[in-house]
Design a protein around this ligand. Structure first.
Ligand code: 5GP
Ligand code: MG
Ligand code: MG
Length: 182
């Protein structure tokens, strides 16, 4: 196992956990999309690490494109404002879309994205969320078809997830020490 970063309080998902989770998601998607040539839409930047692994766990033909949205800025709290920073280059009309997301918190970001993509008339649209934050008495604004793991209601980093653009390179998901962002 990779050595723990000094700013990380505890590891929530180890490299081994992640491998197991993403392999399972890839198997499910491969079964469901056998002859649909899905377009995986990775939500940058956070989902790029997950998407790279997910694609390699998918054993049927598929393509990938990227969208960049900004909802958190460099902070740790949702602003509720979603800004499209980079749009898709692919025409999605008639395509089977799978939106790949790193972590689902309020779900507001994805709810906005799904509505936007829906207006472009894809054949179908589903969400593959690597992780979902377990928030008591709260249901996210969207329901992903594929869910990797539930993580505690804390600010997590690693496996693509950042704080102020740092920690994306950690190969595991861990809870950031509060002193690292205060
Ligand atoms: P939502 O719109 O679902 O509230 O927020 C989703 C986005 O906020 C995620 O895609 C991610 O970029 C960011 N986010 C939410 N929770 C966390 C977290 O615990 N850690 C990090 N690094 N980003 C988070
Ligand atoms: Mg994200
Ligand atoms: Mg971020």
């Amino acid at each position: 196992m990779a050595e723990m970063h000094p700013d990380v309080e505890s590891v929530v998902l180890s490299e081994e956990d992640i491998h197991r989770i993403v392999s399972r998601m890839g198997r499910q998607i491969s079964e469901d999309y056998a002859d649909k040539n899905p377009l995986i839409v990775a939500v940058l930047r956070g989902a790029f690490v997950f998407t790279a692994d997910l694609m390699r766990a998918i054993t049927v033909p598929c393509s990938v494109d990227f969208m960049a949205v900004s909802s958190y800025g460099d902070g740790v709290k949702s602003s509720g404002v979603v800004r499209i920073v980079k749009d898709l280059d692919t025409k999605v009309e008639g395509r089977h879309i799978i939106v790949a997301e790193d972590i689902l918190d309020s779900g507001l970001t994805l709810s906005y994205l799904v509505k936007l993509l829906q207006s472009r008339k894809p054949a179908s649209i589903e969400i593959a969320a690597f992780s979902i934050k377990d928030i008591p008495n709260h249901t996210p604004a969207v329901t992903p078809r594929y869910v990797g793991a539930h993580v505690p209601d804390a600010f997590v980093v690693g496996y693509g997830l950042d704080y102020a653009e740092r920690y994306r390179n950690l190969p595991y998901v861990g809870i950031l020490k509060p002193e690292a962002y205060s």
